[in-house]
Design a binder for this molecule. Structure first.
Ligand code: SAM
Length: 336
């Protein structure tokens, strides 16, 4: 094969390592109502609103990539609930033929007000980011107040019937104090908890020694709560390693992006709020697809650009090698 799907133009989105891509993360804004220290700078210049893809442009993109095999979408940001009328975008996306799953990642601050609208629009799954149940540490980590609103948002989502997962970033010096209370809270309330190893994608300087590793978290939870056994649907290629507590109460997952990268089975591409397509969170190059959506409306060129972007995907993120170069954009401007 000499190029992306050169001998089979209608086939799936393949890269040169044979990975098939069916998963698209869509950032709808880089704005956020928190300033998490591991994610973004305190002094930040946000994108001009005119730079952001409109809902119609995003939906058009999804209509173009769905026939290429994209069937799973996640809306993110910045804080996606800061984008006005997000539920209208959800309603547009769930209608696209071929799309099987639409989910949302949020910090939950604005969730109480929007849970019903999002549910009515067809959203059923959301991931809520929550690193601590301690109001003071919440303020240190996010540089803002907001724990109470987050918990109210979480309760609203649960009451509305969403399937909710909670994500916590594992940073040494913080998570040792928060992991057990978070795990107990999630067990008590029936939420799936997942820990994500701290990655070098934020504004502050990342150091390996600040990563609290998945195996350390497992030791901690086993010691303080209950032994863990791999869940029956444990998939060694999936980003999250899922475990059940041996006492039968709940589950917990670990996304070991640093200590156990899952690049070999990566199936994701990412669209930034300003219309740049990325084949990896850590990509150093991106494809500007906005002109193809906005000015020229050229679906053939757009399809070709998507295929080329996927085709150019690297083998892995290289965090653990001397080759690693941190991307210019921080997480909030890519979409986590
Ligand atoms: N504002 C939304 C939220 O808080 O979920 C969506 C965007 S946020 C960038 C998405 C996820 O990225 C959050 O779960 C956040 O904790 C995670 N994240 C941000 N920076 C990270 C880092 N340096 N390492 C690991 N995860 C990170």
């Amino acid at each position: 094969m000499v190029g992306p799907n050169a001998d089979s133009p209608n086939s799936a989105l393949l890269d040169t390592f044979g990975r098939v891509h069916n998963n698209l993360r869509i950032s709808v804004t880089d704005r956020c109502n928190l300033r998490c220290i591991y994610c973004m700078p305190e002094d930040v210049t946000f994108m001009d609103r005119g730079e952001l893809l409109s809902f119609e442009e995003i939906a058009h993109f999804v209509r173009v990539v769905a026939p290429l095999g994209i069937d799973k979408l996640r809306l993110t940001g910045g804080e996606p609930l800061m984008r006005r009328d997000l539920h209208k975008l959800v309603a547009m996306l769930v209608e696209v033929p071929g799309i099987k799953d639409v989910s949302l990642t949020t910090n939950g601050l604005l969730l109480a007000a929007q849970a019903q609208l999002l549910y009515d629009a067809g959203l059923r799954r959301l991931n809520l980011s929550l690193d601590t149940l301690d109001a003071e540490r919440f303020k240190v980590l996010t540089r803002r107040d907001g724990l109470e609103e987050t918990l109210v948002g979480l309760a609203a989502a649960k009451a509305r019937g969403f399937h909710v997962k909670i994500n916590a970033v594992a940073i040494r010096g913080f998570i040792e104090l928060d992991a057990v209370p978070l795990a107990r809270y999630c067990r008590d309330h029936g939420f799936e908890l997942r820990f994500i190893e701290y990655m070098p994608i934020g504004a502050e300087s990342w150091e390996r020694k600040k990563v609290f590793y998945a195996h350390e978290l497992m030791d901690l939870l086993e010691r303080e709560i209950a032994p863990l056994a791999p869940s029956p649907n444990y998939d060694p290629r999936a980003p999250a390693m899922d475990f059940l507590y041996a006492d039968g109460v709940g589950s917990v997952g670990f996304i070991a992006s640093v200590s156990r990268p899952f690049c070999k089975s990566c199936n994701r591409i990412r669209l930034t709020a300003d219309g740049k397509l990325r084949h990896c969170l850590f990509a150093l190059e991106e494809t500007d697809i906005k002109p193809m959506l906005r000015d020229q409306r050229d679906d053939e060129r757009l399809t070709e650009a998507v295929r080329q972007t996927v085709w150019s995907k690297w083998e892995g993120h290289e965090i653990n090698s001397a080759l690693f170069v941190k991307p210019q954009r921080t997480m909030h401007a890519i979409g986590g």
